[in-house]
Design a protein. Structure first.
Length: 73
């Protein structure tokens, strides 16, 4: 099975800085940092909000469960 991409990998591939992604998605920079560090779980809704912006830039269709991020249960 292929390794899931991280939020950071996808963000960088999309050419976005954390601040740009935060503004475009309406998700705080702190939440994006948590997603990238995988230090604490984050909600699926937040992950999907940033993925909408990233997917739009990359022409992809990632969903929260397809990304290496710690999700709330």
């Amino acid at each position: 099975m292929a390794q899931k991409p991280t939020v950071r990998e996808l963000r960088e591939r999309a050419g976005l800085q954390i601040r740009e992604l935060a503004i475009a998605s309406g998700v705080s920079e702190a939440s994006i940092n948590r997603m990238e560090r995988k230090g604490s779980p984050v909600g699926v809704v937040l992950v999907n909000k940033i993925l909408r912006v990233i997917n739009d830039r990359l022409g992809t269709d990632y969903e929260a469960h397809e990304v290496d991020v710690m999700l709330l249960q």
